[in-house]
Design a protein around this ligand. Structure first.
Ligand code: TPP
Ligand code: MG
Length: 350
């Protein structure tokens, strides 16, 4: 998947000034992507979008039990950071996790079959949408408790430092989660011990049922670490190039032993919080405006066409390819058997 990993995305950002003690840093310049990088980002984001659309359909058909939180609209965040990261860097996130798993190269069949509770699911059909892990791919879940992944991610950062392995942990959490107490306990320890952790705040403007402005005293979430001296910045999370540039800069900061970093990704979720959400906290016009004017995939698509790096037909072929991967995953998720009842007694603490 990472065939077009690149190293230049953040080059121009590296010169952005940073004064010690001041938590606010200049936003990095948007890195220009070359043709391969644009095509890679396009395909990766499209895979997440089509996967999530299909998951929504399967949920509507009654094939997915429990909760299911879709990532549609936020694709550029995880794909931009996937492009910036090195092999070995870890990701951990909350319950809106399908996109992170696909970006970390987890098998779409295994993810979809976990959603439908089948034997071939990544957690043998026993974890569901919010609970999947892959040690080999450095993906640490999938957590339903709001904010839990921040402390766990800080622990992964601690392990990286202790083992001197040069890896950086990325802990993703939402604007709502940024008001949880354990976030600040984690910030304190991370800065005190200079742990290599990037706190990626996915500010999609809403928690479960209300807006950031209604729930947060200070809405500049990039500054939430300032009392601990943690550097932070706001990033256009709808532009995959801006995400990659900011990611490279933050990764370099952490890898060089300077401690944690906060990236507040300004993004948007198009769908409801979970699958049944009356969404009375926002207007349909607001959602439509984001879709038509800021869509992360459309932005890449427009650049590819404008620069003549791809034709409409070539982009259609990519979509066809991606749809086939997702269709295969959905087929598997509907035909693979459910776990054997004896599995009720395995993989659990008694
Ligand atoms: C400790 C805890 N409190 C409350 C909940 C219920 N809950 C689930 S998601 C959510 C909102 C979180 O919003 P945000 O962090 O912005 O993430 P988003 O859903 O927007 O990705 C809440 C309150 C929970 N799962 N855990
Ligand atoms: Mg949110």
């Amino acid at each position: 998947m990472a065939a077009t990993k690149k190293s230049s995305a953040g080059t121009s950002a590296k010169s952005a000034g940073r004064s010690r003690g001041a938590a606010k840093t200049a936003a990095p310049a948007i890195a220009e992507f070359d043709k391969d990088q644009e095509l890679h980002a396009y395909r990766e984001m499209l895979l997440i979008r089509r996967f999530e659309e299909k998951a929504g359909q399967l949920y509507g058909m009654g094939l997915i039990g429990g909760f299911c939180h879709l990532y549609i609209g936020q694709e550029a965040v995880v794909v931009g950071l996937q492009i910036a990261k090195k092999d070995g860097d870890q990701m951990i996130t909350g319950y809106r996790d399908h996109g992170h798993m696909l970006a970390m190269d987890l098998d779409p069949k295994g993810v979809m079959a976990e959603l439908t509770g089948r034997r071939g699911g990544l957690s043998k059909g026993k974890g569901g949408s919010m609970h999947m892990f892959s040690k080999e791919k450095h993906f640490y879940g999938g957590h339903g408790i709001v904010g839990a992944q921040v402390s766990l991610g800080t622990g992964i950062g601690f392990a990286n430092k202790y083992r001197e392995n040069g890896n950086v942990a990325m802990a993703f959490f939402g604007d709502g989660a940024s008001n949880q107490g354990q976030v600040y306990e984690s910030f304190n320890m991370a800065e005190l011990w200079k742990l290599p952790v990037i706190y990626v705040i996915e500010n999609n403007k809403y928690g479960m049922g209300t807006s950031v402005a209604r729930a947060s005293a200070n809405t500049d979430l990039s500054q939430r670490g300032s009392s601990f001296g943690i550097q932070g910045e706001q990033v256009d999370g709808m532009d995959v190039r801006a995400v990659a540039a900011a990611g490279e800069k933050a990764l370099e900061w952490c890898r060089s032993g300077k401690g944690p970093y906060i990236l507040e990704m300004i993004t948007y979720r198009y769908r409801g919080h979970s699958m049944s959400d009356p969404a009375k906290y926002r207007s349909k016009d607001e959602v439509q405006k984001m879709r038509t004017e800021h869509d992360p995939i459309e932005q890449v698509r427009a650049r590819l066409i404008e620069k003549k790096w791809a034709t409409e037909d070539e982009l259609k072929a990519i979509d066809k390819d991606v749809r086939a991967v997702v269709a295969e995953a959905a087929e598997f998720a509907q035909t693979d058997p459910e776990p054997d009842p004896s599995e009720l007694y395995t993989d659990i603490l008694l």
